[in-house]
Design a protein around this ligand. Sequence first.
Ligand code: VGL
Ligand code: ZN
Length: 187
Amino acid sequence: MEAKTALIIVDLNNDFLPGGALGVAGGDVILPVINKLAGGGDYATVVATQDWHLGDHVSFETWPAHCVAGTFGAELHADLNQTNVHAVIRKGFDQDVDSYSGFYDERGATNGLAELLKARGIECVDIVGIATDYCVKATAIDAVLRAGLKARVLLEACRGVGVHPGDIDQAIEAMRTAGVEIVDGTL
Ligand code: VGL
Ligand code: ZN
């Protein structure tokens, strides 16, 4: 583990786990893997992002209504061990602008994550969670290209939506192209 590395846990909202409004296959499988990473004491900082959409959010033109603020579906899954989680960063809360990225919304407004990590002296991030082809991808690319961090995506602790065949592989290639290190298998 390099010095000053943070773990970013992306969107383990109930709605993204199997049975949720936008349930992603295998979301439950990665929970214990993420708990092990977060609980291992290897990370200087652990943060979790939380998809959090108010009212009739613009995202619901593309996706089924999900992660509606204040509902069970918007809560992070109860099995996610938050003992070592320093902060939960909400994203997508402005009704007319979405935020796949945990760092910046689609208009470029910060969600506060880059500033939090900078204040804590973080230079590297490991990224895990849901969905590989949407919010993990956007968060990882922003980490490198906009927040100036070194970033790794740990695939064994991520799951994707895969609306179209090949989407997840394309997302992985896009992350690699941006300079994200893709880590397969066991760390
Ligand atoms: C996500 C679709 C809509 C994600 C969030 O967390 O990847 N995907 N909102
Ligand atoms: Zn969303």
